[in-house]
Design a protein around this ligand. Structure first.
Ligand SMILES: [Zn+2]
Length: 204
């Protein structure tokens, strides 16, 4: 299926994951609607190295990635419920009891460190890597992005785009916390045009 590139406009990867289903023009697009979509989204999000994705794709049985995409969508919609419930005010420790599903993903992680050449210069550096043993391991970097968002983002800054019928969420990191739109050129302009039209109507 031909579809636009995934959108990374939330200023937070945990929220970009929620925005992996959206209505960029008129038709809803779910970038995670099947296994290949999930793999593409992970590559675009730079959450899994391209060569690891290729290797995994070559070794899984048909349908296995589709099953993981089903799990990713279920995880996404569970997380959307959590985020929408808590958005707009600082998250407190009381929220922890709701985060069991996320902690159980983190518990499965097979991350490790390796000494490797330093990028762009001579010397050595520690690199974080993961064993990508099973298709389900594709959920691990997503879980990590969600967990970072939960622990590091101020939920007071989490906002929903004001666009009509727009479902996009973002973290407002502007200095005056004045961000209103997912993408100004899309929802901002649409709202301006609608306001303009209603002003014209009012004059008639
Ligand atoms: Zn929007």
């Amino acid at each position: 299926m031909d579809r636009p590139p995934a959108m990374f406009i939330a200023d937070s990867l945990g929220l970009d994951f929620l925005n992996s289903v959206a209505t960029p023009v008129d038709t809803p697009v779910d970038w995670l609607d099947h296994g290949d979509g999930l793999v593409d989204w992970l590559a675009q999000a730079k959450l899994v190295p391209a060569e690891e994705l290729d290797a995994l794709k070559a070794r899984v049985r048909p349908g296995e990635l589709d099953k993981v995409a089903d799990q990713a969508r279920a995880l996404r919609e569970w997380f959307r419920g959590f985020v929408l419930e808590h958005a707009g005010r600082p998250l407190t420790g009381k929220a922890l009891h709701e985060l069991g599903p996320l902690n159980s993903i983190l518990e499965r992680d097979a991350a490790f460190l390796q000494i490797a050449p330093r990028h762009g210069q001579d010397g050595l550096a520690l690199h974080r890597k993961r064993h990508w043993q099973s298709p389900e391991s594709l959920l691990l970097p997503i879980g990590e992005a969600m967990a970072k968002f939960v622990c590091e983002e101020d939920f007071s800054d989490v906002k929903a785009c004001e666009g009509h019928n727009c479902t996009m969420l973002f973290a407002d990191h502007t200095r005056r916390r004045a961000r209103r739109w997912c993408i100004m050129a899309v929802c901002g302009n649409r709202a301006k045009q609608a306001a303009h039209r209603s002003r014209l109507k009012g004059r008639q």
